[in-house]
Ligand binder design. Structure first.
Ligand code: IDP
Ligand code: MG
Length: 149
């Protein structure tokens, strides 16, 4: 089993797409093991997006991710990291495949609705940034045997 961090970014919350975005990932078969509404402050944004420091879009990205409440979630499943990335679609919504969240609901790379960890190391780091161990819930779903063969 793998865990990954998902963020419904401020545009997703403002546009009323929390249920749609989390729902698509949930419907795919991923299990929610942590979730909360929060406001990301500058310090947390800088840590989360440290790899992008120095890039032309970095300051704008910090402004965007701190501009309003977000929903952060930890999703679990086999290959969860890649599944979430695939369901989100390409970073640039105009290049994302139809059927992905970013293609179906977004236009602009600066307002692309959703974040998903991009590797096991990143997932571990990001989950640790946003959740304490006691905020994550390990639980059994009866439906698991119909999702994982
Ligand atoms: P990802 O979210 O698909 O992993 P990254 O390359 O890690 O994409 O970039 C992080 C975030 O930075 C993107 O989701 C997007 O919000 C923002 N971003 C990336 N490139 C640009 C850009 O060229 N202009 C504005 N924002 C950008
Ligand atoms: Mg990324």
């Amino acid at each position: 089993m793998e865990r990954t961090l998902v963020i419904v970014k401020p545009d997703g919350v403002q546009r009323g797409l929390v249920g749609t975005i989390i729902g698509r990932l949930e419907a795919r078969g991923l299990k929610i093991v942590g979730m909360k509404l929060m406001q990301i402050d500058r310090a947390l944004a800088e840590r989360h997006y440290a790899v992008h420091k120095g890039k032309p879009f970095y300051e704008g990205l910090l402004d965007y991710i701190t501009s309003g409440p977000v929903v952060v979630a930890v999703l679990e499943g086999p290959g969860a990291i890649e599944l979430v990335r695939q369901t989100m679609g390409a970073t640039r919504p105009s290049a994302a495949q139809p059927g992905t969240i970013r293609a179906d609901y977004a236009i602009d790379v600066g307002r692309n609705l959703v974040h998903g960890s991009d590797s096991p190391e990143t997932a571990r780091f990001e989950i640790g940034l946003f959740f304490r161990e006691d905020e994550l819930v390990s639980w059994q779903r009866d439906v698991d045997r119909w999702i994982y063969g």
